[in-house]
Design a binder for this molecule. Structure first.
Ligand SMILES: Nc1ncnc2c1ncn2[C@@H]1O[C@H](COP(=O)(O)OP(=O)(O)OP(=O)(O)O)[C@@H](O)[C@H]1O
Length: 638
């Protein structure tokens, strides 16, 4: 080793320390994955060099055959993983191997509870990468030289994984990175050639880069007749994986196991995928896609900018990690790759952005994903439910983002409903339509702050009485979803807390006549309410929705719904104050009792009824103190 100059000591970023700690404990029983992580990093480094060399062939120098090599040194108890990929400069080493340079990391670690068993489940979602070396090693040395630097500008990084690392300058003749692991006592198994080959076979068989191991010389062997049965072989590097990218092989020849293991390397996941779809598309545009749906959500699912799911390859050369142009945002949980022969190797992000080929690949792949989900929903409701519980809220962004596939996405949505009155979202719009009453031409729904608030909203009373199903929506995204989903299979979707209630043919002639009669009889009372509530409401009218409650508030058709207003307020936007329509139930005993009150008392009662109705709909009041005072006064007089 050249003499190290300029040695600097540094402390790991706090999150790295936490990660190291957690990882060593939680992955103890699955040690071998460190090799998968380090070999995929090496393969990524080769991919990056290959890509850069497309525009600057001199980067290869004399060393154009990209490969990963694994060497075992039993005497020194080391395992070395070497690549001749892009390498790292000193600055890159400092950021890549001292910090976790991912947005949202601090939040992730903020969620940790300190309970090891619980936290170790989270780690799988995080993807541990390079740091997994410390599962098996008590000392790690990284020697690297960037493809852009000369041999004098190598860098050596060294750490015992205990909170500190050292960085020094070094001489390194070959481009690329060597990761030297000094194995712990209990990691002996990884000094065994056979064991390492087994792990490579499992995880790295179908990476498109050769993974090589040193093979000792074999002496010539002859049988008794002097015939050579094993020819002599010199000691040499031997490629131990097939090196044929999995997706280029014929579907029929790939086993489920192979698809699953490949998923773990491309997606850096610990778990098996839920589903996958492998397609060779021919025709105007030719490409191959291998798309996976994970079982679990990544820790940063809610970061809409974090879109590293689908990789682009051109003629089997990795081009970029960027799902933006290849997958819509609402499918950001999809992992995998698309490989095409139709784009130039030097394709840039700008070219991708407005490109017929990209568009066609994106449309085709989007449809594939939607089809694969539809099939799952049909074949295995239980698994689909698992998918929905994990990714449903992301899929709900779909109708707004992708109007072309609105109906296809709508078929995949699941809701809670008054059919079961349970919180589980397992009712599809097709289920709903199938159960619609004769004469019913709309799909009714309600959006509220919580499942309970939705389920108990007074506006549902008439629906319950008539046995009409209502979808109960209470996720933050739901109002946004419904504002873009106004129709499903030619049936319009109607909020039950909005506008005039028109049950169409569901109201029989008798009902209608009754309603008209009671409106007529209640005219004078309505005027009293209007006078009492004044500017606080937009209008007062007789309700047709209520059976058990005295009153409710309704949003006018053209006004912003309560939930949308709340969403916008939460996003810091100024929202004009909505005035509600106040609907009164003339048959309710409280309302009947009010008739005998003098104007002053009547006004007090009316204010309380409005506040109650507002609470049921909005979950809060602008002036809760006055409500309490009034209510206490009424109780005292009771
Ligand atoms: N063999 C290598 N050659 C060049 N750069 C490397 C190598 N190994 C790691 N790196 C750099 O270090 C960074 C951090 O690696 P690490 O494995 O921790 O995370 P990652 O690969 O970015 O993400 P993850 O493995 O969690 O998906 C990489 O993004 C890469 O830039």
């Amino acid at each position: 080793m050249a003499e190290a100059a300029q040695t600097e000591k540094h402390g790991f970023q706090t999150e790295v320390k936490q990660l190291l700690n957690l990882m060593i404990h939680s992955l103890y029983s699955n040690k071998e994955i460190f090799l998968r992580e380090l070999v995929s990093n090496a393969s990524d480094a080769a991919d990056k060099l290959r890509f850069k060399a497309l525009s600057d062939n001199s980067l290869y120098g004399e060393d154009g055959e990209l490969r990963v090599r694994i060497a075992i040194d039993k005497d020194n108890r080391t395992l070395t993983i070497s690549d001749n990929g892009i390498g790292m400069t000193r600055d890159e080493v400092m950021t890549n191997l001292g910090t976790i340079a991912k947005s949202g990391t601090a939040e992730f670690f903020g969620q940790l509870s300190g309970d090891e068993a619980k936290d170790s489940k989270l780690i799988g979602q995080f993807g541990v990468g390079f740091y997994s070396a410390f599962i098996v090693a008590d000392e790690v040395t990284v020697r690297t030289r960037s493809a852009y630097e000369s041999p004098e500008h190598g860098v050596e990084w060294h750490s015992k994984g205990e909170g500190e690392f050292e960085v020094a300058d070094t001489q390194k003749s070959q481009r690329g990175t060597d990761i030297i692991l000094h194995l712990k006592e209990d990691a002996d198994e990884f000094l065994d050639d056979f064991r390492i080959r087994g792990v490579i076979n499992k995880y790295s068989e179908h990476l498109s880069i050769p993974v090589q191991m040193w093979k000792e010389a074999v002496e010539e062997q002859k049988n008794d007749d002097g015939e050579v049965i094993t020819p002599a072989q010199e000691a040499q590097w031997e490629t131990v994986n097939s090196g044929q990218a999995l997706w280029t092989r014929d579907k029929a020849d790939i086993s489920d196991e192979e698809y699953k293991e490949f998923y773990k390397t491309v997606a850096h996941d610990f778990d098996d995928p839920l589903l996958w779809s492998h397609n060779k598309v021919e025709g105007t545009h030719e490409y191959t896609s291998l798309l996976y749906i994970p079982k679990r959500a990544p820790w940063d699912l809610w970061n809409r900018e974090q879109q590293q799911g689908v990789k682009l390859y051109v003629k089997r050369v990795f081009i970029m990690d960027d799902a933006e142009q290849l997958m819509p945002t609402y499918l950001r949980f999809v992992k995998g790759l698309i490989d095409t022969n139709d784009l130039p190797l030097n394709v840039s992000r700008e070219i991708l952005q407005d490109n017929k080929i990209t568009r066609s690949m994106r449309n085709g792949s989007t449809k594939k994903v939607l089809q694969m989900l539809k099939k799952l929903a049909k074949d295995d409701a239980e698994q689909y439910q698992g998918f929905w519980d994990t990714f449903g809220n992301v899929l709900k962004e779909g109708p707004a983002e992708d109007s072309g596939n609105r109906e296809r996405i709508a078929e995949l949505l699941r809701f809670a409903s008054t059919h079961t009155d349970e919180q589980t979202q397992n009712v599809s719009l097709d289920d709903y339509v199938e159960r619609m009453k004769e004469g019913q031409d709309k799909i009714f729904y309600i959006v509220a702050d919580s499942f309970e608030a939705a389920k108990n909203n007074p506006a549902l009373e008439i629906f319950r009485k008539k046995g009409i199903e209502v979808l109960l929506l209470s996720e933050r995204i739901d109002e946004w979803l419904m504002s873009h989903l106004t129709e499903f299979k030619e049936k319009s979707l109607q909020s039950v807390t909005r506008g005039d209630l028109d049950l169409g043919d569901l109201d029989d002639e008798n009902d209608k006549a009754e309603q008209e009669k009671s409106e007529e009889a209640f005219k004078e009372q309505l005027e009293r309410f209007e006078k009492a509530l004044g500017e606080r409401v937009k209008k007062v009218r007789v309700t047709h929705r209520l059976t058990n409650s005295p009153a409710c508030i309704i949003t006018d058709d053209n006004d912003m719904s309560t939930q949308m207003a709340k969403l916008m307020e939460a996003a810091g936007q100024k929202v004009p104050e909505t005035k509600y329509i106040f609907e009164v139930n003339p048959d309710h005993p409280l309302v009947v009792k009010m008739q005998g009150k003098n104007d002053e008392e009547f006004a007090e009662w009316a204010q309380v009824l409005l506040d109650q109705a507002t609470l049921a709909e909005r979950g809060n009041l602008k002036d809760p103190a006055s409500f309490v005072t009034r209510l206490n006064k009424l109780m005292l007089n009771a």
